[in-house]
Write a protein that binds this ligand. Structure first.
Ligand code: SF4
Ligand code: SF4
Length: 473
């Protein structure tokens, strides 16, 4: 008679009964401690379904093989995840009332992800984003999520796509060269319309560049890094608190529009420690992806719906469908039909273009009567805001235009904000990447001036103020 070994790690079992329901032989039952235990060991056929479905890795099956040695259950490595790394500790992430925390942008990103419902992270540590992975390795097990450190950046992005197809809100975090490596699978997620979040805490480049110094040199890679015509939404927070909210928003946009969303931070935002006020849990809006209403036999995973966003089934719920990075028809299978290809590509682009007004977000300050408008984003906009305030204190007509969403680009909003301005100044930690986009949006309406820095140091407000004065003449 086979003698399969069933090992149960009680401290990890939360008594969800999944294994009991999945077991075809009624081997398992809950005990009076609310944990699973074995009630009919001889009936076990060693199918390992209980092990594969346990969300907490609390049960393991060693199928019987002739001549194998008996195993004893190992001691649990740790019944609790590592100690808190988020200042005040993670157990109650959000409460009934607002919570004030002092933390870094990377901490805020991890907390925002959990608050948004992220339950899967795959990544490969890379500076200056590593603390996001570090935090999530502690937080995710506490909320029933999964954290996996993959063998590389490419595999991480692949795992995120897979987890999302299986129904999890999934993310990865990386920096500079790691972001470059993710591009192919990011394109796959765009083509296959797989919601996911990719955080890039920018560092200097090209290549391995500046591991621990901040720049903003990935703003174009975030939009155009992968090949093909496809939409990407890119959020760019400027503070720790805004990082928390941007991360939540990134998940919501990804789920709503079935697209990958990039949160583009930089080293300064990721590593700055400052106060953030987190809202009560009841005030956090969490979006869920559009789900199919028709039965599996009538389900079309890439249906051309009126909203342009096809409902998304989840693997494991009875819907069987094909997912590919190849051009495909409504069934998800590859096609060479030019009409189908055209229809698909136009729809996946249109589904962001038509909702761009809901996605674009701009914060402005002191635009009234401004002769010079400073266009700034991310950490450079912290200095720009200070420079604008210093300029206003001196009576200079200067205003701030700060997009929190870089892509889709806020062209309409920029044209409106600068209609009475003589010039636009773009301070950024690169050699003028977004300045080109600003020029393109404004055409000849206002003269665009650049102020770039690429030596790894931040742009001080005094340098921006000096440039404002030069532009004002
Ligand atoms: S599935 Fe895992 S956590 Fe749930 S009862 Fe079984 S062993 Fe426990
Ligand atoms: S291995 Fe299969 S038969 Fe044995 S306890 Fe697990 S699910 Fe039941």
């Amino acid at each position: 008679m086979p003698n399969h070994q069933i090992l149960i790690y009680e401290p990890w079992c939360k008594g969800c009964e999944i294994c009991i329901r999945i077991c075809p032989k009624d081997v398992l039952a809950l005990n009076d401690r609310g944990k699973v235990s074995i009630v009919d060991k001889d009936a076990c056929i060693g199918c390992r379904q209980c092990e594969l479905h346990c969300p907490d890795l609390a049960i393991r099956v060693i199928p019987d093989r002739p001549g194998k040695k008996e195993e004893t259950p190992p001691e649990p490595v740790a019944s609790e995840p590592p100690p808190a790394m988020l200042g005040q500790g993670p157990p109650a992430l959000l409460g009934d009332k607002p919570i004030i925390k002092v933390m870094t942008g990377n901490d805020a990103c991890a907390l925002g992800a959990i608050a948004a419902g992220c339950r899967f992270f795959a990544g490969y540590p890379i500076t200056p984003s590593s603390e996001i992975a570090e935090n999530l390795s502690a937080l995710l097990p506490k909320v029933g999520g999964r954290f996996i450190q993959m063998e590389d950046e490419i595999a991480s992005m692949g795992a995120v796509v897979g987890a999302s197809l299986a129904g999890a809100k999934a993310m990865t975090a990386t920096s500079g060269p790691g972001f470059s490596l993710k591009q192919e699978n990011l394109g796959y997620a765009s083509m296959a319309e797989v919601p996911c979040v990719v955080v890039n805490v920018m560092r200097g480049g090209p290549s391995t560049g500046l591991p621990t110094l901040g720049t903003q040199q990935d703003v174009m890679q975030a939009r155009w890094g992968t090949h093909g015509d496809h939409p990407v939404i890119v959020l760019c927070p400027f503070s720790v608190e805004e990082t928390f909210f941007s991360t939540i928003r990134a998940f919501n946009l990804a789920e709503k529009y079935r697209v990958p969303v990039v949160v583009l931070m930089d080293e300064v935002v990721g590593h700055t420690t400052e106060k953030a006020v987190l809202p009560p849990a009841s005030e956090v809006h969490v979006e869920t992806r559009p789900r199919p209403t028709e039965p599996p036999e009538r389900f079309l995973p890439y249906k051309h719906t009126e909203s342009d966003i096809p409902p998304m089934a989840v693997y494991g719920e009875g819907y069987r469908f094909h997912v590919t990075g190849l051009a495909h028809d409504e069934t998800g299978f590859p096609t060479n039909n030019s009409e189908e290809i055209d229809r698909l590509l136009r729809r996946i682009n249109r589904k962001i273009e038509r909702y761009r007004d809901e996605i674009v977000d701009v914060q402005t300050e002191s635009l009234e009567g401004a002769q010079v408008v400073v266009f700034a984003y991310g950490s450079a906009s912290r200095s720009a805001r200070e420079a604008v305030r210093m300029a206003r204190a001196e009576g200079l007509p200067v205003g701030l235009f700060r997009p929190t969403v870089l892509w889709p680009f806020p062209d309409k909003e920029l044209v409106k904000a600068t209609e009475n301005a003589r010039a636009v100044l773009v301070p950024e930690l690169n050699l003028g990447m977004m300045a080109h986009e600003v020029e393109w949006a404004l055409q000849d309406r206002s003269k665009v001036h650049k102020l770039g820095r690429v030596d790894g140091e931040p742009l001080p407000p005094t340098a921006i103020l000096a440039k404002i004065k030069e532009v004002l003449g």
